[in-house]
Design a protein around this ligand. Structure first.
Ligand code: GUN
Length: 295
C-alpha cells in the first residue's frame, strides 16, 4: 500500500518561517524578540544535542536565547536559586530545565519551582492540570508537535481509535489526554498501553492512529499495525553505528521499512516528531512573549 510520509522537518520549517514573520512584526513595533533560557546540568550527550538544537532554532527564528550550564555535582539549592532568579527576570519570557537531571535532584521539586507562566515545556503541575481540563496552558512540546503534524496533514481523528504506547509524563499521558479532548485533532477513543499491558498486539492492531513512545528501538512491527493506520513514532534511541561519522544512528520505536507499507501515514526517524518538538517549544516561547496563554 502506498503510504505518505509525515514530514516533520518540512512542517517545522514552515512553522519556523511563520514564527520568524511574527518576530519581525514584533520588532517592527519596537518590541523585544522572544527570549528563551535553557538550563543544562551535566554532559549527557543526547541532552547536549537537544539543547544545542533549541538554541540554534532560536537563532534561526530571531529569538534571543540564554544557555545556563552547570556541572553534574551542582547542589539542588543552587539550581533552585537560579530558577527563582529566572522567574523574576522580566527579560526572559520562558525557560526550560533539560531532563533528565542527575540522580541527586528531585525532578518534581525542580519543575514545581518554575513559574508556570514561564514553563514553556508545559511540565509544571498547573500546566499539566490545565491541559487535562482542556484549559489554555503551555502544552508539552512533543504532544503539541504531534497535534500540529496531524492538523497540517488534515488527518481525520474524530471517533477514531488512538492507541498510545507509553505512559510518560512528557509524552504518553499528555498526548492521550489531548487525543481524548473534544477538539480537532482529538475526539478519539483512546487506549494507553505500557510495558505491563496484556494483549498488546491485539490492541495495537485495532488502532486507527498508533502513537509510539516507548524508547524501545524497532519495537513495533507490521503484525501490530492495521492496514491504513496512521503511525507516529516518538522514539529516538542512539544505536551504535561505526559507519556513521558521529558513531551512532537515531532509531525509532517503529521498524519503518517493515511497517510503512501497512500505513496511510507514518513519521520517519529522524525528521518526524523531533523537529516538531523543537518548533512547538519555540511556539510556546512566542506565546509566552505575547502573553497569549497567561495574559
Ligand atoms: N528531555 C527529553 N525531552 C525533553 C523536553 O521536551 N524538555 C526537557 N526540558 N527535557 C527533555
Amino acid at each position: 500500500m502506498a503510504y505518505q510520509l509525515l514530514d516533520g522537518r518540512a512542517v517545522a520549517a514552515q512553522m519556523n518561517a511563520e514564527m520568524a514573520d511574527q518576530v519581525a512584526r514584533l520588532c517592527a513595533q519596537g518590541k523585544r524578540p522572544p527570549h528563551l533560557a535553557a538550563i543544562l546540568v551535566g554532559h549527557n550527550a543526547p541532552s547536549e544535542a537537544y539543547v544545542d538544537a533549541k538554541v540554534r532554532a532560536c537563532e534561526k527564528i530571531g529569538f534571543l536565547s540564554t544557555l545556563i550550564r552547570y556541572e553534574d555535582d551542582v547542589p539542588q539549592r543552587q539550581l533552585l536559586d537560579k530558577i527563582n532568579e529566572l522567574n523574576h527576570d522580566s527579560t526572559i519570557d520562558g525557560f526550560i530545565v533539560q531532563l533528565p537531571l542527575p540522580p541527586h535532584f528531585s525532578t518534581d521539586k525542580v519543575i514545581e519551582a518554575i513559574d508556570y507562566r514561564k514553563d514553556v515545556d508545559g511540565f509544571h503541575p498547573v500546566n499539566v492540570g490545565r491541559l487535562a481540563l482542556g484549559l489554555p496552558c503551555f502544552r508539552s512540546a512533543t504532544p503539541a508537535g504531534i497535534l500540529e503534524l496531524l492538523r497540517r496533514y488534515r488527518i481525520p481523528t474524530q471517533g477514531k481509535h488512538c492507541v498510545v504506547l507509553g505512559r510518560s509524563n512528557i509524552v504518553g499521558k499528555p498526548i492521550a489526554n489531548l487525543m481524548l479532548q473534544k477538539d480537532y485533532p482529538g475526539d478519539c477513543s483512546v487506549t494507553v498501553c505500557h510495558s505491563r499491558s496484556q494483549n498488546l498486539h491485539e490492541i495495537c492492531l485495532s488502532a486507527d492512529i498508533l502513537i509510539v513512545s516507548l524508547g524501545v528501538p524497532n519495537f513495533v512491527r507490521h503484525d501490530m499495525v492495521k492496514q491504513g493506520a496512521v503511525v507516529i513514532d516518538v522514539g529516538i534511541t542512539r544505536l551504535p553505528n561505526p559507519d556513521r561519522p558521529n558513531g551512532f544512528q537515531l532509531t525509532g520505536d517503529v521498524l519503518f521499512d517493515d511497517v510503512a507499507t501497512h500505513c496511510s501515514f507514518i513519521t520517519p526517524v529522524p525528521g518526524g516528531v523531533g523537529p516538531m518538538t523543537i518548533a512547538s517549544l519555540m511556539n510556546n516561547t512566542l506565546l509566552a512573549r505575547t502573553k497569549a496563554v497567561y495574559p
